[in-house]
Design a binder for this molecule. Structure first.
Ligand SMILES: Nc1ncnc2c1ncn2[C@@H]1O[C@H](COP(=O)(O)OP(=O)(O)OP(=O)(O)O)[C@@H](O)[C@H]1O
Ligand SMILES: O=P(O)(O)OC[C@@]1(O)O[C@H](CO)[C@@H](O)[C@@H]1O
Length: 303
């Protein structure tokens, strides 16, 4: 079974303004409210791919209820710890470019945190836990480490999609997958990366540090997969970008869902790229039919 953990879910409030002017009254030309948070996005795409999974983490208030209702109505299984604060609302402003304003998230009490730990203590050997996104400040920066320790105790694999120190600390515990984008990879090593060769050099360092698979996503330029077996490049299909929020999460869903069901790394890579692109070309996250139509367009080459 796959579980996703979203410590800091959100309603993603997607707002389009024709010509945004700071300091003036602007009117929206379109708006859309979607359940968000990285792990929740992964779960929703896994659901589209018909891969059994359960989304967990913390949800609270009217915003939390919106997310829970949405997931139930679309058939994405969830088992969140209820918290007393309101789940945050993140603003995704589209006005030519995409600008994001993410909230810090509600206060999580020690008892609420412990309730999530207890849920994870029921993991079975062979389960996969996908942990994604920011940590609400009240949980402390090492909360992922605590979750990883529980995964290890229970014999579960884990995937972590975070940045900086939290990612660095997780590597020694051998995550099944890490998926920085090329900017995050450069930031992690404090370098500027401008060529594919440099991405491979730094991607390999993540492998050496313990990751089992390293996916480096490059938005419209596709992605690189770095494993012990080799380095592979995939092109992204051409299409009209509608909303790239969640493209990376969709890629993780496609990769991990396919790897866990079929065990074939390159097919997992193909589905990962197709899922990311299908989301980039959609208003909401990718749907299963769109991912299937894009899959044959993904060219993979070994480097
Ligand atoms: N403009 C695009 N055209 C085609 N495919 C795209 C585009 N943007 C993203 N994708 C697909 O989604 C994958 C992940 O995108 P990206 O590299 O932007 O991840 P990310 O930075 O983690 O995304 P986000 O934080 O927005 O979820 C890419 O490797 C690609 O397959
Ligand atoms: O603030 P975080 O947790 O880093 O990121 C949260 C978020 O930006 O990530 C998702 C897209 O990947 C969105 O659904 C959500 O709003």
């Amino acid at each position: 079974m796959i579980y996703t953990v979203t410590l800091n879910p959100s309603i993603d409030y997607i707002v389009e303004v024709e010509d945004m002017k700071l300091g003036s009254l602007n009117r929206m030309s379109r708006d859309l409210k979607l359940p968000g948070g990285k792990g929740i996005n992964v779960s929703r795409v896994l659901n589209q791919l018909k891969v059994d999974n359960t989304a967990t983490g913390f949800l609270g208030g009217f915003t939390g209820r919106f997310i829970e209702d949405w997931l139930r109505e679309e058939g994405t299984s969830s088992d969140f710890v209820p918290v007393s604060g309101d789940t945050r609302i993140n603003i995704k402003l589209k006005s030519g470019e995409e600008t994001e304003i993410n909230g810090t998230g509600p206060e999580i009490t020690a008892a609420e945190a412990e309730a999530l730990m207890n849920k994870l203590r029921n993991l079975q050997a062979g389960d996969i836990v996908i942990m994604s996104g920011s940590i609400p400040p009240s949980l402390g920066g090492d909360f992922y480490n605590r979750l990883i320790a529980v995964c290890k105790q229970q014999g579960a694999q884990f995937v972590i999609d975070t940045t900086g120190q939290a990612l660095q600390q997780a590597l020694e515990h051998s995550p099944l997958l890490v998926k920085p984008n090329h900017h995050e990879l450069a930031e992690l090593f404090g370098v500027t990366i401008s060529t594919r060769e440099e991405i491979i050099i730094y991607g390999r360092k993540l492998l050496e540090a313990g990751a089992q698979h390293v996916l480096v996503s490059m938005a419209g330029e596709g992605a690189l997969l770095i494993t012990e077996q080799g380095v592979y490049a995939a092109s992204a299909p051409a299409g009209q970008v509608r909303n790239s929020v969640g493209a990376g999460d969709s890629m993780i869903a496609g990769f991990v869902g396919t790897l866990s069901c079929e065990g074939d790394v390159l097919e997992a890579f193909r589905t990962g790229v197709a899922s990311g692109s299908a989301t980039a070309f959609s208003d909401d996250l990718a749907d299963g039919g769109f991912i299937s139509r894009l899959r044959p367009q993904i060219q993979i080459t070994q480097l």
